[in-house]
Ligand binder design. Structure first.
Ligand code: SF4
Ligand code: SF4
Length: 392
């Protein structure tokens, strides 16, 4: 078991329940990661879903929009990274070069078809995980942040699709058992799964308490006492869409919420969209002075600019009225030690004046709970990371 914490939710912070869509950004920015070669030139026309860049071992980046390649520009990403990125200007035509026929029944896929299609649709990372030798796979259906609802929309009304894909994965890759982890307080979703479970003897539902930390893979695995291959419900639904529609995944959900933003909503966006563009066109600050946390209030980090490119590392924003936090000395309350889900002692690092042994650094999952519980507002997670500068 691993320590998690019951967070008292602000009952005034509720989401509007249907996701907004913002699928036509003016530009998209696609990061050119190490090892990738460009397949397109400046001023060339690209179709939606066409290959923009590729690696020698067949990994590809596909265009989320149709339009014109403007060139390469350094762009900021979550985690403080700056990466040269291909800039594409949208022509708003959604032109697609090739229409592939759809293959309706999942049971018709054999291992070769399945693997080829995932590579073709740029889901190599999911395929690599599946190829690991492990009897157990775990599907994480729990949000990182209690105010976020991205996974809700990947899960609600999709129990059948999730079960079908997980069952196919078990069969094709010879894994023995799958667990789907859900919060025990969402009766609608739980019932949808339970109504179908009889058909899937190798899949089990595991219900967990709604406490902070449970959405993090490491904490979830510790609580379930298993060492599986983990997938998020988004990854499973991505595979479903690829198998069923033979279309690449060009969009994702993110949540924008907090007490200082209106509306509060999940929004579907194209990969490569600037967070600032999606925000300005759909949301507004509800206070003159705000603090913006990328990826949640506890796990996330405060950011000063929304000029970040949306990729898999961005789950959402928590926006709150500006808070004055004055740091004071450690009062030895022991809260940071009590709540650390990885059984670390952040105060020990503080006593060592920030000198962190590697075994501590490697074990810390940067969950943010020690910062959250510290009454003296000491930035313990920053000390645990061993970095001088806070990442943006
Ligand atoms: S950020 Fe690291 S040290 Fe702090 S509670 Fe989380 S795992 Fe423990
Ligand atoms: S939570 Fe803060 S004040 Fe309490 S022991 Fe840890 S560092 Fe000290």
């Amino acid at each position: 078991m691993s320590q998690t914490m019951t967070i008292k939710k602000n009952s005034n912070i509720k989401l509007d329940f249907y996701p907004i869509e913002y699928l036509n950004p003016k530009h998209v920015f696609m990061p050119i990661m190490d090892g990738y070669k460009l397949k397109v030139k400046d001023n060339s026309y690209v179709f939606k879903e066409s290959v923009l860049m590729y690696t020698d071992n067949n990994q590809k980046v596909l265009s989320p929009i149709s339009g014109v390649v403007l060139g390469v520009k350094d762009m900021k990403y979550a985690g403080g990274k700056t990466i040269p990125s291909l800039v594409i200007e949208n022509d708003f035509k959604e032109s697609v070069k090739l229409k592939k026929s759809s293959k309706k029944y999942l049971e018709k896929y054999n291992l070769q078809d399945f693997s080829d299609l995932l590579i073709d649709m740029s889901l190599n990372n999911i395929l690599e995980k599946l190829e690991n030798k492990n009897d157990i796979i775990l599907i994480n259906g729990i949000e990182i942040d209690t105010y976020f609802a991205n996974k809700y929309f990947y899960t609600m009304d999709h129990a059948e699709e999730i079960l079908e894909v997980v069952d196919l994965m078990l069969e094709l890759f010879n894994h023995k058992k799958a667990y789907i982890a859900l919060l025990n307080n969402n009766a609608d979703i739980i019932n949808q799964f339970y109504n179908l479970m009889g058909t899937y003897p190798n899949i089990e539902i595991r219900l967990l308490n709604n406490t902070y930390g449970m959405g993090l893979d490491e904490v979830l695995c510790k609580n379930l006492d298993i060492n599986p291959i983990t997938f998020s419900v988004k990854e499973i639904m991505d595979v479903y869409k690829v198998l069923k529609k033979r279309k690449p995944i060009l969009e994702k959900y993110i949540t924008i919420t907090g007490d200082a933003v209106k509306p509060r909503s999940v929004i579907k966006v194209r990969y490569g969209t600037l967070l600032s563009e999606a925000f300005i066109n759909n949301f507004d600050f509800a206070s003159n002075l705000v603090d913006v946390y990328l990826n949640g209030y506890i796990k996330g980090k405060k950011i000063n600019s929304l000029n970040l490119v949306i990729n898999d590392d961005i789950e959402g924003l928590y926006i709150t009225k500006k808070e004055e936090k004055n740091t004071s000395g450690c009062i030895n309350c022991g809260q940071c030690v009590k709540y650390c889900p990885m059984d670390l002692n952040p105060k020990f690092v503080l006593d060592k004046k920030g000198i962190v042994e590697d075994k501590y650094k490697d074990k810390c999952i940067d969950c943010g709970l020690c910062n959250y519980v510290c009454p003296s507002c000491i930035n313990l997670r920053k000390l645990m990371s061993g970095k001088d500068e806070e990442e943006i």
